[in-house]
Design a binder for this molecule. Structure first.
Ligand SMILES: Nc1ncnc2c1ncn2[C@@H]1O[C@H](COP(=O)(O)OP(=O)(O)OP(=O)(O)O)[C@@H](O)[C@H]1O
Length: 236
């Protein structure tokens, strides 16, 4: 990440900011009951960079993903996805930005039970209205081309997670938000999945934030930050 490079697929400079949070505060409740979930958070994630967020339960990691993913409007501060300042957008435009610019990967893949792996990916362009990446090429890239015709019930946890990653990337998002991707996986599978996330982040030029409790996988990430009481710190 030291040298400005150009992503082969999109011509997006690796130094371009994919996601930017400035002085973001998120509080819940009021008066004596106020909880500060995010406490003046500043964070820039470049296109082609994967940043891991660790930290204790209740520190604000899920809140960070919710704000970065345009699911929760912060109490104050600025969130930008690419060049777009989210504070200027109404609910309809926020929903459109989520569909078009943000990919989500959850703990267990969150796939639709009735659809084959290929059809999970084919559904995305119908929702976004944009062609996106070729489903078969992307399934190949995540090592799932031989399972493309299988439904989630016939796939292992690691395979489901691979399909979930491919589905999150098929719409060519600017930002990828990943919540505990290895929670349901054994150690070897966890390493494979985070290595895959890092490789796809670099190759697709997406700005990735991964929340994890799994310290064994941090070596795959470009940066690691720790969240404590709603504030971000460098991780030793
Ligand atoms: N909807 C809500 N209403 C009130 N308080 C909330 C709400 N969502 C989160 N909080 C509080 O905000 C703080 C941060 O919660 P958050 O879920 O972001 O932490 P976390 O780091 O993701 O925790 P975990 O690792 O357990 O998932 C906590 O004190 C939590 O209780």
């Amino acid at each position: 990440m030291n040298h400005p490079t150009t992503d082969t697929r999109s011509d997006t400079p690796r130094t371009a900011t994919g996601l930017s949070l400035r002085d973001v505060v998120l509080t819940f409740g009021d008066g004596d009951q106020t909880v500060t979930a995010l406490d003046h958070v500043d964070l820039d994630v470049a296109r082609g960079e994967i940043v891991a967020i660790v930290g204790p339960s209740g520190a604000g990691k899920s809140s960070l993903l919710a704000v970065a993913g345009a699911l929760t409007v912060p109490t104050s501060g600025t969130v930008r996805v690419g060049e777009t300042d989210l504070s200027g957008l109404n609910r309809r435009r926020l929903a459109a930005l989520r569909r078009e610019q943000i990919g989500f990967v959850f703990q267990s893949g969150n796939l639709l039970p009735a659809l084959t792996a290929r059809d999970q990916l084919r559904l995305v362009p119908r929702i976004t209205g944009r062609p996106g990446r070729d489903p078969d090429a992307l399934l190949d890239a995540v090592g799932m081309s031989h399972r493309a015709d299988k439904r989630p019930g016939r796939l292992s946890g690691g395979e489901r997670q691979r399909v979930g990653i491919a589905r999150a990337l098929v719409g060519e998002p600017a930002v990828l938000l990943v919540d505990e991707p290895t929670a349901a996986l054994d150690r070897a599978r966890s390493q494979e999945i985070v290595a895959l996330l890092a490789r796809e982040t670099h190759e697709a030029g997406v700005a990735t934030i991964m929340v994890t409790h799994d310290h064994d996988v941090l070596g795959h990430c470009d940066r690691v930050l720790e969240m404590v009481d709603g504030a971000l710190h460098p991780h030793d």
